[in-house]
Design a protein around this ligand. Structure first.
Ligand code: C5P
Length: 397
């Protein structure tokens, strides 16, 4: 999605400016053409050469810099931009942008551009909480600027507070989300489940299914990047919450069912990538069960089959992790649960399924057509599944 996109990266004078080098590098790696514009203060923290080396493009530092092709035509960058990202954005640049000041190259570019703008503020905690900064940010938000962060944590002053530059991962996810706003899933509401539910036995133990959550998170992120409104309902995983979507944390299958039923109202697609436990203990012990006896029996009861239960005007997508008769078993599940599409994967293969970043799935539709996808990164499997969901949505109309 970032491929061949022009991202103007504005860097301003905060101690977090060194992190902008990593942001530039990640954008370049994702295929973007990155044009860095530094304010004078930023050049006190990092040198233009750093960015020039990373982006293989001249770094713009002033409006009157004769070495830069952009300084002659001072709004050329504004026109070339698909997106402007200012990271870190100081209280000063935020105030200038809110007021419409155009006394340096970055301000001019922002004032003249029609591209979407993302700000990642970083500053001292008191500067951030100062009503004038808050008013300026509110003003910019109301004009359509996206703001990511700041985060809470240790600041350069040694204090703890809000003011740290958001995580680079979050900043890059915001960029993708903003670029994807007019994507092919714009206006669609997509509910995704992920992770393995945990069914408590006592306060310290549970039974559950193995699941890293990676496939579900990949679908949620890909849908967001294509403009969808996403609700991610997740059982515990080791993954961080993606930005730009509603994330609902649940633990048990019953909680997951409740969250799905609530989220599904008005949804266009439900993709259930969660590994929902099939059984749960009938009763949960209030206190920790002591290990006295040599054997222990647990009485289990079936959990609700969420996917089979929910019905409505949405595309239902399920997953089938199988260790034998892949297509046959998955097709049976597709019919039994009344699905539009099922993604089946062979969990005995080492390069797909649990914990892996890649997956090899067979997509089977309600007509029984099976599409065998090659081994792909989970992000790409996610896009293929969403391509099919989009096709099914279009066919419905
Ligand atoms: O566990 P099973 O192989 O039947 O799972 C197939 C699909 O059904 C998966 O998409 C899973 O998320 C969903 N499922 C569910 N509720 C359950 C069990 C599975 O929604 N109790």
């Amino acid at each position: 999605m970032l491929k061949d996109k022009t991202v103007v990266l504005g860097v301003t004078g905060s101690i977090a400016a060194y992190k902008a080098a990593d942001i530039a590098s990640k954008l370049v790696q994702a295929g973007a053409r990155v044009e860095v514009v530094m304010t004078r203060a930023a050049t006190e923290f990092v040198t233009p050469l750093t960015f020039r080396s990373i982006t293989a493009r001249p770094t713009v530092t002033g409006m009157f810099d004769l070495a830069s092709e952009f300084s002659i035509e001072h709004v050329a960058l504004a026109e070339a931009a698909d997106l402007v990202l200012i990271a870190p954005a100081t209280a000063n640049i935020i105030a200038k942008l809110a007021a419409g000041i155009a006394d340096d190259m970055l301000c001019c570019t922002v004032l003249a551009t029609k591209a979407p703008i993302v700000l990642a503020p970083a500053m001292n905690v008191n500067m951030y909480h100062n009503p004038v900064t808050q008013e300026n940010l509110a003003k910019l938000r109301s004009r359509g600027f996206s703001v990511v962060g700041p985060a809470y944590g240790r600041l350069a002053s040694g204090e703890m507070g809000l003011g740290r530059l958001a995580e680079i991962r979050e900043i890059l996810e915001s960029v993708r989300q903003v670029l994807g706003k007019r994507g092919d899933l714009a206006g669609k509401r997509i509910v995704v489940t992920a992770g393995g539910t945990q069914e408590p036995i006592d306060p310290v133990r549970h039974i559950g299914n193995r699941s890293s959550g990676k496939m579900g998170y990949a679908i949620a992120q890909a849908a967001r990047d294509r403009g969808a409104e996403v609700v991610l309902i997740t059982a515990p995983t080791a993954l961080s919450d993606p930005v730009g979507m509603e994330v609902v944390h649940v633990q048990t299958s019953l909680q997951m069912r409740e969250a799905v039923v609530k989220a599904i109202a008005g949804a266009h697609v439900l993709a259930m990538a969660a590994a929902v436990a099939d059984y749960r203990p009938v009763a949960q012990s209030r206190s920790k069960i002591k290990k006295r006896a040599d054997t222990l029996s647990l009485k289990l009861v079936r959990t609700p089959d969420i996917l089979a239960e929910v019905e409505g005007e949405f595309i239902k997508i399920g997953f089938a992790a199988e260790s034998e008769k892949l297509v046959e078993n998955a097709t049976e599940k597709l019919h039994r649960k009344n699905l539009d599409l099922i993604a089946a994967n062979d969990i005995t293969a080492a390069d797909s399924g649990f914990d892996a970043d890649t997956n090899r799935v067979v997509l089977i539709d309600a007509q029984g057509r099976a599409e065998r996808l090659p081994l792909l990164p989970k992000s790409e499997v996610a896009d293929r599944i969403l391509d099919r969901a989009r096709g099914l949505l279009a066919a419905e109309r």
